[in-house]
Structure formats: structure tokens, C-alpha cells
Design a protein. Sequence first.
Length: 115
Amino acid sequence: MADPIIRRKLDLKEFFVAPGVQDMITAAICRKVGFEVVYGTGYWLTASAYGLPDAGIATYSQMLDRMATVVRSSTGAVIADADTGYGGLLNVHHTVRGYEFRRRHRDPAGRPGIP
């Protein structure tokens, strides 16, 4: 289920800014400043964690872990970069289910990992 913050803003045709976050510190700063939506960007999460550009080097499980940590560190909605889904249609399905599962079982507030 999509986060109601994003759905509400889209329905109202309301402009909103979703700053890209690369780690939990930037997620905390966005929370402190008052952003309702953040974007967990694959490029910056990979660069921050591993010192590498997002060139398909980070694995699905590494990105799932990083994104789950961003979701836990944020109070608003998180738009989650799931790259290309890590392969074909079955991989995309697996990726979406993994992000959803992580959200349901790791995020006490129940915020979506994938909107």
C-alpha cells in the first residue's frame, strides 16, 4: 500500500520536494528540517556505504538492508530506489516482495519500503 502522504499530495496536485538521502544521518537531518517525503537513492546509498558508484555493483540484499535502515530512520514517506529490480520479471517481483516484507517485519511504524 502506498504511503498516504504521497497519495494525498498527488491527488491534490500539490508540489513536494523529496530530497535524496544517502545514509541515516541525512535521513535524520531531513526529519529534523521537516520533510514529509524522502528519496532513498541507489546511487548515494551505494556510494555512502561502499565508496562505489551505483553501477550494478551493490546486491539486492545490500540495497534491501540499506533501504530498510533509511525507512527506520525516517518519520515520513520513503520513495525507495529498487534499481532495475535486479534482473527479469521474476527478479522484479522478488525485489518488490522483499522491500514490502522488510517494511512489514522491520519497521515498527509500518511505513512502506516501496510506495
